[in-house]
Ligand binder design. Structure first.
Ligand code: PEP
Ligand code: MN
Length: 338
């Protein structure tokens, strides 16, 4: 950390700050300039006390961090790309993973026909919410355990791996029993106790970006998983809140490039929550491939007009098959295969 002293501060007051820096466990190295003095505080910022509180002293102008706060998720700690093994299906590297299926599991026919259709078109992982985080308590909340039973049946029939949302710490055991990937939703992205509970299962975790979460906060949320011994993490960009209302959210494709640069972990893009409009999903999928994403999480429904949640953003079977065909040259261009 760098502690910047206000110009004109008398020497005894600078010495006071130097002593405080030392008390906090850092090695203070003052640099006396003609105009301004700065104190470089040497030490690991992640494990020592934070020096930021020194800004309460009138002689301290600013305290600037030098080190990044995230460590295990960062490329510095692991320069190569990490792969995540989802019950034998690899995510990351030169593989491009297609996770597709309905927003919510609604009934057996809906789920099983969708599973067959997405598998046929090239998906390897089936999505479907059994527990749904709905804005209104009067909206469809998901089938819960029955939804999990149907997901297990779909896996048995198709061999597709399963991703479903882990909404609460109370659900950890029964969700982890069925799901190959635990999805942490946007609304829970910084629910640290839930992240720790998910980490402890040892299962792959897909961490959605929070509705208004900054990239540094998202990386630190991911750090929770690795700090608690679970390296099977995938980040998922799903759009953020901005002033724009033309689309449901603003899909931040720049964040994909940032995470790929900052972190060794795979990045998945969810264009469905990302824009909230079925007619834009294909374009966003192409963009995600070009930005270097490692996969897509796409909502697919047999009849979106009748969906119990997010009907407006789900593509039908033909739309999904066309989209998959259309992606091929883009995947070839970036050297990835499904
Ligand atoms: C979903 O995937 O259906 C969902 C609710 O996602 P998010 O948490 O990104 O809103
Ligand atoms: Mn949805």
């Amino acid at each position: 950390m760098i502690v910047v002293i206000r110009p004109g501060t008398p020497r005894d007051q600078i010495d006071f700050v130097i002593a405080e820096v030392q008390k906090l466990g850092y090695d203070p190295r003052p640099i006396f300039g003609t105009e301004q003095t700065v104190i470089a505080a040497i030490g690991d910022e992640r494990t020592h006390h934070t020096l930021e509180s020194l800004t309460v002293l009138p002689q301290v102008e600013r305290v600037l961090p030098v080190q990044k706060r995230h460590k295990l998720v960062s490329r510095e700690s692991h320069p190569g790309n990490s792969l995540v093994n989802v019950d034998g299906v690899v995510v990351g590297g030169d593989k491009f993973s297609i996770m597709a299926g309905p927003c919510s599991v609604e009934d057996e026919k809906q789920l099983l026909t969708t599973a067959e259709a997405v598998k046929e078109a090239g998906a390897t992982i089936l999505r479907g919410g059994a527990y749904k985080p709905r804005t209104s308590p009067y909206e469809f909340q998901g089938l819960g355990k029955e939804g999990l039973r149907l997901l297990a049946k779909a896996k048995e029939q198709t061999g597709l791996r399963i991703i479903t949302e882990l909404l609460s710490e109370n659900h950890v055991e029964h969700v982890a029993e069925v799901s190959d990937i635990l999805q942490i939703g946007a609304r829970n992205s910084q629910n640290f106790q839930l992240l720790i509970a998910a980490a402890k299962t040892g299962k792959p975790v897909l961490l959605k970006r929070g509705l208004s979460e900054r990239i540094d906060e998202w990386l630190l949320a991911g750090e929770y998983l690795l700090a608690h011994g679970n390296g099977n993490l995938m980040f998922c960009e799903r759009g953020i809140r901005t002033f724009e209302t033309y689309t449901r959210n603003t899909l931040d494709l720049a964040a994909v490039a940032v995470i790929k640069k900052e972190s060794h972990l795979p990045v998945i893009v969810d264009p469905s929550q990302g824009c909230g409009r079925a007619d834009l999903v294909r374009a966003l999928c192409r963009g995600a491939v070009a930005m270097g994403a490692d996969g897509l999480l796409i909502e697919v429904h047999p009849n979106p007009a009748e969906a119990l949640s997010d009907g407006q953003q789900q593509v039908d079977f033909k739309g999904f098959a066309d989209l998959m065909k259309e992606l091929k040259p883009f995947l070839t261009a970036v050297g990835k295969t499904v």
